[in-house]
Write a protein that binds this ligand. Structure first.
Ligand code: CUA
Length: 312
């Protein structure tokens, strides 16, 4: 699973403002620290003057006022820098592209909305966006407070039950950026990651095109058997696979599951062995998640995994 997660490697316009502000704070703090320590060292090394009770040396008085003024000016400077950064971050215009992001315990539901209902589609734990285009995310939560944070692209924004918040991001470099829920939201808060794929416009259009298509029809006996196992198990009660009878709404949409890079919100790489382990005993991998353990007959796991891994 590639992609660095770092606020100091900005790949988007807002993250760049934030990284610049970080540099200002860092270097100002370094200078202040060095100066304070230098004065401390000088004071310790100096011979102590005789102490005269009730008398304040006028030089001490002016030194204290100068130091206080410098401190106030430095703090004002930092506040100003911070205000300007907030302004430039907020000045990114509302985008043409709108995506719904729902925080769930403990995964991300991603909804690509469209006026035409037949063009809507849903995915999970992965957000694909075109490079250089502002994208407004509509953030909502259906359970507890989560926080959307993709450090390479922007700061954090909370997802609050009953309240819709928005965040506009713009990736300026193509790449894969890791994001993480940044608000403690229960047992598996740490395993609530997502990936942002920033791709060129042409690739984005192709991706949308293929995401709108219903799931791939099984083409081998093994895949057909896997689909039957899936449909006769409890899986369709929670998961949707477009083009089949599975239309559960409480768990990730699996229509194009095989094209995603991870299982269970960044917990495992999306590969056969991991998928089999996840299906058989997801509670061992991510305790407390809402997927119950599956009771499968011998010989049922292979075809089921084959079918799921065919859903490109
Ligand atoms: Cu969701 Cu922490």
């Amino acid at each position: 699973m590639s992609g660095i997660q770092s606020a100091l490697h900005p790949a988007g316009v807002q993250a760049e403002h934030i990284a610049r502000l970080w540099d200002v704070f860092l270097w100002v703090s370094v200078v202040v620290y060095v100066v304070v320590l230098a004065f401390l060292a000088a004071a310790l090394l100096r011979r102590r003057p005789e102490i005269v009770p009730n008398a304040v040396d006028p030089r001490v008085r002016s030194a204290v006022s100068i130091a206080a003024s410098i401190t106030v000016l430095t703090l004002l400077g930092l506040i100003t820098a911070s205000v300007f950064t907030s302004r430039s971050i907020a000045s990114v215009p509302e985008a043409a592209l709108q995506v719904g992001v729902y925080g769930r315990q403990w995964w991300w539901q991603v909804e690509y909305d469209d006026r035409d209902k037949s063009k809507r589609f849903s995915t999970a734990n992965e957000l694909t966006i075109p490079v250089g285009v502002p994208v407004t995310l509509h953030l909502q939560s259906s359970d507890v407070i989560h926080s959307f944070w993709v450090p390479n692209l922007h700061g954090k924004r909370d997802l609050i039950p009953g309240k819709r918040t928005t965040l506009t991001i713009r990736a300026d470099k193509p790449g894969v950026y890791r994001g993480q829920c940044a608000e403690f939201c229960g047992y598996q808060h740490a395993k609530m990651a997502l990936w942002v794929n920033a791709v060129p416009a042409v690739e984005y259009a192709q991706w949308v095109e293929s995401s709108r298509r219903p799931s791939k029809v099984p083409s081998t006996p093994q895949e057909r058997k896997g689909q039957q196992i899936f449909m006769s198990s409890p899986c369709p009660l929670c998961h949707t696979i477009q083009g089949t009878d599975a239309n559960g709404k409480t768990a990730p949409d699996l229509t194009h599951f095989a094209s995603r890079r991870s299982i269970a919100a960044g917990t495992l790489p999306n590969r056969r062995g991991f998928l089999a382990g996840w299906i058989l005993d997801s509670q061992h991998v991510k305790p407390g998640n809402f997927m119950p353990p599956m009771v499968l007959e011998q010989g049922e796991v292979e075809p089921l995994v084959t079918y799921l891994e065919s859903l490109r």
